[in-house]
Unconditional design. Structure first.
Length: 413
């Protein structure tokens, strides 16, 4: 293989691989050096010169002129050196050109094969770096294959993976259909980058909001938190430092145009936009929307939310979804109580602290109740009417009337 043939090979590889010809020439140079070091030994000093236009290639081995040669790979006898350079003397470094024909066609071909392998590795690294920079960004592709465990998505020069857990249950996939998803993980493998996509990740919804709402892109509106039951419902907390801007309205858009575009992309996933608040009780109330709340208080590690009886099922949501999302959005444990249940609870707690003396009963009533081991208002309300009537020797009607009086007294207090 002569210089022209190698030059044509370099040009051809550069065109096919779509890389700079200088990079191809430099890579081939290193491959030739590595091949000659295998031939002459690792200590051999090899130099390869390739002109910028790749029209000429020269290969040299550099040896030291010596009176006696002990290492042929790095030394040349003075008598031989004088034939190349009449002024050579012991200790000089002499560049000896190796004809390309002497290197051999197979050696050049092996060097070109190594070049292609290195170029492929460089392409894989370049592709990995490109998609690694796109992590947490939305990309578009086309569904190329649908299997039981995953969907393959064509994203240009390679395919990405959308696993079952990253698919929306409400999506309907078909081969050849366009699809958008978030690049959330990129792995380097021997055959190229493995790219994982997700439509269930919180950041997928976040990026959709950023794309759809200019106020978020411009930093006027800030997303403070996202909680999702992918494909079914999501809650997003937003805020702003601009008093003139309604952050919830900005995200919803005129006639809900902005939020509807996102809901359509998420295959009907409902989205509640919630005004963020540092005051946690108020934040909890908003997070539980569309349910109304009457009261919020902390008890132990949990926050209890009192809602009107008619709003209880709304606050809990289907399969507990609404309260679960609100809890995740705020970051605290929530317990929802009906107003009537909470009132009964307050009544019971109050009744336990109210003694018979506090009820202002007659001496006869107090004596009979104490004899029946009834000591508090709670005992009167808690013991079944028939059982308490027998124990106190009172008529059931009398016990019912007593319970009514006790309840009214406690409610009044």
């Amino acid at each position: 293989m002569n210089s022209k043939e190698i030059s044509n090979l370099i040009t051809q590889i550069a065109r096919i691989r779509n890389v700079d010809i200088t990079y191809v020439a430099e890579t081939l140079k290193l491959a030739i050096i590595a091949g000659l070091k295998r031939r002459f030994g690792p200590d051999a000093e090899i130099e390869v010169e390739i002109t910028p236009d790749v029209s000429e290639i020269r290969v040299y081995i550099v040896k030291t002129v010596a009176m006696s040669v002990y290492e042929p790979a790095i030394e040349i006898e003075k008598s031989e050196a004088l034939k190349i350079n009449s002024e050579a003397k012991a200790g000089d470094k002499l560049r000896i050109e190796i004809p390309l024909e002497e290197i051999g066609r197979s050696a050049i071909r092996k060097a070109s094969d190594e070049l292609i392998l290195k170029l492929r590795e460089a392409e894989r690294n370049k592709m990995f770096d490109e998609f690694n920079r796109k992590r947490n960004e939305i990309i578009s592709g086309t569904i190329s294959k649908i299997s039981k465990d995953e969907i393959a998505v064509n994203i240009g020069l390679t395919e990405a993976i959308l696993s079952n857990r990253d698919q929306l249950k409400t999506d309907h996939y078909r081969q050849g259909a366009p699809i958008k998803a978030l690049v959330y993980r990129v792995e380097k493998t021997p055959i190229g980058p493995r790219i994982y996509l997700s439509r269930t990740h919180n950041d997928f919804l976040k990026k959709l909001l950023i794309k759809e709402v200019p106020e978020i892109r411009e930093g006027i509106v800030e997303i403070k938190g996202i909680a999702r039951a992918p494909g079914f419902r999501a809650k997003v907390a937003v805020t702003t430092n601009d008093e003139k801007v309604d952050p919830v309205g900005a995200c919803v858009g005129y006639r809900q145009s902005r939020i509807q575009n996102i809901i359509k992309e998420l295959s009907g996933e409902k989205i509640d936009i919630v005004m963020f608040s540092k005051e946690i009780n108020g934040f909890i109330s908003r997070a539980l929307a569309p349910a109304k709340t009457k009261e919020v208080f902390k008890e132990g590690e949990s926050y209890f939310v009192i809602v009107p009886d008619e709003d209880f099922s709304i606050a809990i949501g289907k399969k507990g979804q609404n309260v679960w999302l609100a809890s995740n959005l705020v970051g605290v444990r929530l317990e929802v109580l009906k107003a009537s249940d909470y009132q009964n609870r307050l009544l019971i707690n109050k009744a336990k602290k109210v003694t018979l003396k506090d009820l202002e009963l007659s001496e006869e009533e107090m004596t009979k109740l104490q004899d029946a081991q009834v000591l508090t208002a709670f005992d009167i309300l808690n013991i079944p009417t028939e059982q308490l009537a027998i124990a106190s020797n009172y008529e059931p009607e009398k016990i019912e009337e007593l319970k009514k009086v006790v309840k009214e007294r406690l409610w009044t207090e």
